[in-house]
Design a protein around this ligand. Structure first.
Ligand SMILES: NC(=O)c1ccc[n+]([C@@H]2O[C@H](COP(=O)([O-])OP(=O)(O)OC[C@H]3O[C@@H](n4cnc5c(N)ncnc54)[C@H](OP(=O)(O)O)[C@@H]3O)[C@@H](O)[C@H]2O)c1
Length: 254
C-alpha cells in the first residue's frame, strides 16, 4: 500500500540497530537509500547489499553527523548522486550511561552535538534537496522514553531527546509551508548494540516485560521502522510536528 518507488531516503546510522531496520523497510517499500555510518563500514556494506538485491539504488556514506563539515560533504554527495532528497531519517545518536552527578561538560557537549545539533545541521544542509522532492518531503527523528521519563543513568541522553523533540516541532513550524513534514518516532526499549551495553540492561528488559501490553511480543527495530515508514509516506502528509510513540503501551502503563 505504501509505494515509495523513486523516492530517495537518507538514514543516519543506517548500519546497525533501528537505523538498519529503517533503511531496509524504506527500500522494501521501493525507496532508493543512502546509508550513513561512522565506524561500521562492513555492517553498512551488508545493509547496502541487501538493498541492492531488492533492485534499489543504494549508496553508503561515511560521515560523523556530529561534524557540520561531514554533513555538508554527505549532502553534496547526495546531490551529485541522487539530485534530491525525499526522506531524511535522523536516527544516529550517542551518549554514555551515567548518573546526573557524573555528567561532565565534555559528555554533555558530545551528546548534544550528536543527538541534537546534528538534526539542526542535517535539516539546514539538506533543505534545498528536500525542496526538490516529489510531493511533500519527510524528516523523521528518532526519540526515546527518556525525553519525558526519568530513567537511571539516562539523564544526558534523555535531556538531549527532549531538546530534539522541541527542535523538530520548531522546524515543522518553519518548514511546513515549504512542503516538508517533520515528525518524531518515540520508541520504547529495543534490544540493540547500545541497549545491550546499558549497565542495568537486565533490570530494564525485565521491567519492559512487566509494562508491555503485548504479552511476549516485544518491541523490535522493525516495529520502529514501520512507524518511520508511515511518517515517510504520503499517508502522513497531514501529520506535522507530531510524536508517534511505539512501545507496546509501556509509556501509558501505570
Ligand atoms: N535501542 C533502543 O531501545 C532505543 C529506544 C528509543 C530510541 N532509540 C534511538 O534510536 C536510535 C538508534 O538507536 P540504536 O539502539 O539502534 O543504536 P545502535 O544499535 O547503537 O546504532 C547506532 C547507529 O548510529 C550510528 N552513529 C552513532 N554515532 C554516529 C555519528 N556520530 N555519526 C554517524 N553515525 C553515528 C552508528 O554507526 P556505526 O555503526 O558506524 O557506529 C550506528 O549505525 C537512536 O537515536 C536512539 O537514541 C533507541
Amino acid at each position: 500500500m505504501i509505494d515509495l518507488t523513486g523516492r530517495k531516503a537518507l538514514v543516519t546510522g543506517g548500519s546497525r540497530g533501528i537505523g538498519r531496520a529503517c533503511a531496509l523497510r524504506l527500500a522494501e517499500a521501493g525507496a532508493d537509500v543512502i546509508i550513513n555510518y561512522v565506524t561500521s563500514q562492513a555492517a553498512a556494506d551488508e545493509v547496502a547489499e541487501s538493498i541492492a538485491a531488492m533492485g534499489r539504488n543504494v549508496a553508503v556514506v561515511k560521515a560523523d553527523i556530529s561534524e557540520r563539515d561531514d554533513i555538508d560533504s554527505m549532502m553534496e554527495f547526495v546531490d551529485e548522486k541522487f539530485g534530491k532528497l525525499d526522506i531524511l531519517v535522523s536516527n544516529a545518536a550517542t551518549g554514555g550511561f551515567r548518573p546526573m552527578l557524573a555528567i561532565t561538560q565534555k559528555n554533555f557537549e558530545s551528546t548534544m552535538k550528536t543527538n541534537v545539533m546534528a538534526l539542526i545541521h542535517l535539516v539546514q544542509a539538506s533543505v534545498r534537496l528536500l525542496e526538490r522532492a516529489e510531493g511533500r518531503s519527510k524528516v523523521v527523528a528518532i526519540s526515546s522514553h527518556g525525553s519525558h521519563m526519568a530513567l537511571p543513568m539516562y539523564g544526558a541522553v534523555g535531556g538531549s531527546k527532549a531538546a530534539l523533540e522541541s527542535f523538530v516541532r520548531h522546524f515543522a513550524l518553519e518548514l511546513g509551508g515549504k512542503d516538508i513534514n517533520l515528525n518524531i518516532v518515540k520508541a520504547g526499549l529495543v534490544e540493540t548494540d547500545s541497549t545491550r551495553r546499558i549497565p542495568y540492561a537486565d533490570q530494564l528488559f525485565a521491567s519492559r516485560k512487566l509494562r508491555s501490553m503485548t504479552g511476549d511480543r516485544f518491541l523490535t527495530a522493525e516495529d520502529v521502522a514501520n512507524c518511520v515508514l508511515f511518517l515517510s509516506s504520503p499517508l502522513a502528509d497531514l501529520v506535522q510536528g507530531e510524536t508517534l510513540t511505539v512501545d507496546g503501551g509501556a509509556a501509558v502503563h501505570a
